[in-house]
Write a protein of this length. Structure first.
Length: 322
């Protein structure tokens, strides 16, 4: 019998793979990517476990769901219930093609207050459309049996009854299974990060259907409000290079002439007074003298021009940061 596991690369999903494999089943794994999470950790985990991994980009469906998730957001902009259901639905759709009889995850009952309480696990499974095919092997003894359990195709006695936020049992299992390299429980999804969430809310306020590249730009630099526009200011060479790489011809790129300083990026048109303010902000973060005029070059749509400005006051900028 074959099973398909959702592998995030975290310890719980790695343990789930090993638990199911020790039942004598053939295990395949799948990991998903979007602008907010990737597959790097899952690929490392799959290599360590020696399991075959598929990676699937769910960006299109994720961006359709994100602005209006049916079950809302967590503490930041993380739509955990709708997200889990989307990924499980995509995994479930793969079962016939792969010959898998069920899918499984590393979810633990009660570990996360929003998305892993008993009601949420039920809602996620039902919303996915594969309610009777989703096994949570680490907590299976505490949850209703799914189809393969009722048909006695699985030895439920060899599954687990882990619950709550204490991870001692998982760490003991990791030692027993020889899993020594795994990441800390936190991290992995940008939507849970307060700073990223603030910027994302701001983006949706100004553009209800932003192009994918703008989600990548949310990770970079300082973000400064300029009316309906947002100026992104690189904080180091790597970010400056990334801003230029992600820019399109209609964007405005700003640089201070004659001094070391950041690259600035504006992705929406600005009124002349706002462009001057953007130039003054770029000058403020450069090595240009604080009270002298500086020249800022603006490149947009294949043309360039210069603005002469005095660097803006740091306190003023601080009040505009997103």
């Amino acid at each position: 019998m074959r099973a398909l596991g959702l592998l995030s690369g975290g310890l719980d999903s790695m343990l789930a793979v090993e638990v199911v494999r020790r039942l004598g089943l053939e295990v395949l794994a799948v990991s998903f990517s979007s602008p907010f999470f990737g597959t790097a950790r899952a690929q490392e985990a799959a290599a360590q476990l020696g399991v075959s991994l598929m990676t699937i980009d769910v960006t299109e469906k994720y961006l359709a769901m994100l602005p209006r998730p049916k079950y809302g957001y967590g503490k930041n902009m993380n739509p955990c219930i709708d997200c889990k259901a989307l990924l499980l639905r995509r995994a479930g759709d793969l079962m016939p093609k792969l010959g898998a009889e069920f899918i499984f995850t590393g979810e633990v009952l009660g570990q996360r207050p929003m998305s892993q309480n008993r009601q949420s696990l039920h809602i996620v499974a039902k919303l996915s459309g594969y309610e009777d095919y989703i096994l949570r092997p680490l907590s299976a003894k505490l949850l209703p049996p799914i189809l393969v359990q009722r048909e006695q195709k699985l030895d439920t006695a060899r599954l687990y009854d882990i619950s709550g936020r204490d991870r001692q049992r998982q760490m003991q299992l990791a030692q027993e299974f020889g899993i020594t390299n795994y990441p800390s429980p936190a991290g992995g999804c940008k939507l849970t990060e307060p700073g990223y969430a603030r910027r994302l809310r701001r983006l949706y306020e100004t553009d209800p259907a932003p192009p994918v590249r703008l989600f990548k730009l949310l990770e970079l630099g300082r973000h400064v409000r300029l009316g309906d526009a947002t100026l992104i200011v690189g904080r180091n060479k790597a970010e400056n290079d990334a801003l230029e790489r992600l820019a399109v011809p209609s964007d405005a790129i700003l640089r201070v002439s004659g001094y070391v300083g950041p690259t600035g990026l504006l992705t929406v048109p600005c009124a002349p007074d706002e462009m001057r303010r953007a130039a003054a902000i770029i000058a403020r973060y450069s090595d240009a003298p604080r009270h002298d005029e500086a020249t800022v070059q603006v490149v947009q749509d294949g043309a360039s021009y210069e603005l002469t400005v005095v660097p803006i006051d740091p306190e003023t900028v601080r009040g505009l940061l997103v």
